[in-house]
Design a protein around this ligand. Structure first.
Ligand SMILES: Cc1cc2nc3c(=O)[nH]c(=O)nc-3n(C[C@H](O)[C@H](O)[C@H](O)COP(=O)(O)OP(=O)(O)OC[C@H]3O[C@@H](n4cnc5c(N)ncnc54)[C@H](O)[C@@H]3O)c2cc1C
Length: 613
């Protein structure tokens, strides 16, 4: 690279740090964040039993909660809440998981749907003061898609003014829940179908104490501990509700009421709308999951860099050559750094995301659709649900790649990469199953339901300079073209099947692979568009990183780009050539790009402790 090009690639570290950390750089926020999740949380004492480890996680959560602003303030400020959760995810994924449940899934519905004056005041105070920890009882163990239609029932007892919560059988047990620890107080947000006057009136959230600080479980609650697990180690258990009585105030009624004559009034307007409203707690969860995906990808990329930089090889082609001189390792390191920046930009975007119009509302493009078949999520906010699916998939892939390229030390000398892999993997299912989000999105795309196709832009074919591949207009044209073609074929296939007399199940079931690719293409285009808008006009080093990320996207999606005829034979050769050039430009700046992640000091090379470093 000539001197001029090198100067153009100069790194403005302050700008990178602003991009990465956002509000966490404000001195006031930085101070309480450091107090809430100090660096010591990155280290776990050796030799803990699973229960001791879980107890430590909750103790740390309590400490974080006491150092952080009050829950209502946090939940009103996505940037700040996400900064806290990102820091927790980097330090300890299990801490992130219970923190997310506590704030967004237990306190979230209380603040969103509870009655400000009536309550549930005591439970809310216990959660806000960290005297009890929040837990979510939504998923039911025995049937798929239980979120669409929980079999857990809530019945109003007019004689006492209470609700009675009932799991009709073992299949309706709530699982997984983080409720097993025998000595940690837990309060749940319970998703139950309100049965009133002999009819199902929609899914509401109820608040229920499941265990007090002395370990007492109230009558009507049966908690069955799950076997120990290591993927994302928290205190999993199944919970059955066997006639648990909760007061009227425990009903997070969101404007609904039952009057003195026992008449139920619900402003939602029907059971389907009520389900969507009750699931409306999901957007803060998705913002946090996207943010955590970015955070752990940064941490994994930083760990891989620390493992690789300065490491010498003994391969016979070139003994003592630095490991990062080999393209495979160099591309893994820089590809992970590029993915980390791309996810960080997407995370900043979602933190400022405008909520979609309510189901059936006015949102023109990819907002909230009117009806879903697989899960409630796309009816709440299709963009955010899809970005959550896209971000977790990319994080999962990148973190796994970092683990493999960190060799044995990345697996055995630190548990960090294994833990990040566990978190990313868990959230492919948790927080809205990715596959189901993709299917519902694809269905809306096929029906043109709140979806507008990307404009048709010609993608250059034949002979063109490789450099064009890294231009945003090129990757956006490719992403748009592949999405259009997939959507058109999907819509046509389903319509043909339906016209031939196929039931919806058959028409869709034979096209699920295509549906998944179609919605993935939309998720990809959304991420690439956000990236192009954020970095397209930015400094050269960031534009180059975005280009590398786009090349990696082309390699990852080469099958579908070729299958749809968006690219011709030889695509991969072009991508590989262009990537070599881009990596040569970025390699001298890798250390600065990683330094801007500001990872905890404990995050050195995984094997450094062997040499006592
Ligand atoms: C680590 C972890 C922690 C969790 N914590 C909680 C918690 O605290 N509280 C809580 O309530 N829930 C929790 N969950 C549950 C989570 O929300 C669910 O796992 C998720 O929604 C998937 O539901 P399921 O487990 O019933 O799987 P299933 O719905 O049975 O899915 C199994 C597989 O089948 C596919 N599938 C399912 N239905 C269909 C269909 N109709 N068509 C095509 N394919 C289908 C899915 O894509 C998936 O691949 C947690 C999950 C994980 C992994």
């Amino acid at each position: 690279m000539d001197a001029e090009a090198h100067a153009e690639m100069r790194v403005d570290t302050d700008r990178l740090r602003r991009l990465v950390h956002g509000p966490a750089l404000e001195p006031k926020v930085a101070a309480w964040l450091a107090e809430a999740v100090p660096e010591e949380f990155c280290v776990l004492p050796d030799g803990l039993t699973p229960r001791e480890r879980q107890e430590l996680t909750y103790r740390r959560l309590a400490r974080a909660g006491r150092a952080a602003p009050a829950a209502p303030e946090l939940l009103e400020d996505p940037g700040v809440l996400c900064a806290l959760l990102e820091r927790a995810a980097i330090a300890d994924p299990a801490l992130f998981h219970v923190m997310l449940l506590h704030y967004t899934l237990a306190l979230g519905p209380i603040l969103a749907f509870g009655d400000e004056r009536a309550g549930p005041r005591a439970e809310r105070a216990e959660l806000e003061s960290m005297a009890a920890f929040g837990t979510l009882l939504m998923t039911e163990v025995g049937r798929s898609n239980s979120h669409l239609s929980p079999r857990t029932l809530a019945r109003f007892d007019a004689a006492t003014g209470e609700f009675v919560l009932i799991s009709p059988d073992a299949a309706a047990a709530k699982f997984p829940t983080n409720t097993a620890h025998p000595a940690v107080a837990k309060t749940a947000a319970v998703y139950a179908t309100l049965e009133h006057d002999g009819a199902e009136r929609g899914v509401f959230v109820f608040v229920a104490r499941l265990r007090d600080a002395e370990g007492n479980v109230p009558p009507g609650v049966r908690i069955t501990e799950a076997p120990d697990s290591s993927g994302l180690p928290v205190d999993y258990a199944a919970v059955r509700l066997e006639g648990l009585r909760v007061p009227y105030e425990a009903w997070l009624r969101d404007g609904a009421s039952i009057d003195a004559d026992g008449v139920l009034r619900d402003p939602a307007g029907g059971a389907a709308q009520r389900l969507t409203r009750s699931m409306g707690i999901a957007p803060p969860v998705w913002r946090a999951v996207v943010s955590a995906s970015a955070a752990i990808t940064r941490a994994a990329a930083g760990t891989l860099w620390a493992h690789s930089a300065g490491r010498t090889t003994l391969g016979r082609l070139a003994p003592r050559r630095p490991l990062t001189d080999y393209r495979n390792q160099q591309e893994a390191v820089l590809g992970a750094v590029a993915a980390a920046y791309a996810l960080t930009v997407v995370a900043s975007h979602v933190k400022g995301h405008r909520p979609a119009a309510p189901a059936g509302g006015e949102s023109e493009e990819s907002g909230a659709g009117t009806g879903t078949a697989w899960a409630p999520w796309s009816a709440v906010d299709r963009d955010l649900a899809l970005l959550k699916a896209a971000a977790t998939a990319l994080a999962q892939e990148t973190v796994a790649r970092c683990r493999v390229h960190s060799g044995a030390p990345g697996f055995a000398a630190t548990d960090r990469l294994n833990a990040y892999r566990g978190l990313a993997h868990a959230y492919l299912s948790a927080g809205g199953d990715n596959a189901l989000v993709l299917f519902d999105t694809a269905r809306a795309m096929a029906d043109l339901d709140h979806y507008r196709m990307p404009p048709e832009v010609a993608v250059p074919q034949g002979d063109f300079p490789d450099e064009e591949l890294v231009e945003p207009r090129m990757w956006l044209a490719m992403a748009g073209a592949v999405e259009r073609r997939l959507r058109e074929r999907l819509a046509e296939r389903v319509a043909t099947a339906r016209a031939g007399g196929a039931e919806p199940f058959t028409a869709w079931n034979d096209n699920l692979a295509l549906a998944s690719r179609t919605a993935t293409a939309l998720g990809d285009r959304m991420m690439l568009t956000i990236l192009a808008e954020a970095l397209g006009e930015g400094p050269a080093v960031l534009r180059t990183l975005a280009g590398l990320h786009a090349l990696e996207w082309m390699e990852r999606r080469a099958d579908v780009l070729l299958n749809e005829g968006v690219a011709g034979a030889g695509l991969l050769d072009r991508v590989w050539r262009a990537r070599r050039r881009v990596c040569d430009a970025l390699a001298p700046h890798a250390a600065e790009l990683v330094a801007a992640f500001d990872l905890p000091e404990a995050f050195g090379a995984p094997a450094a402790w062997v040499a006592g470093e």
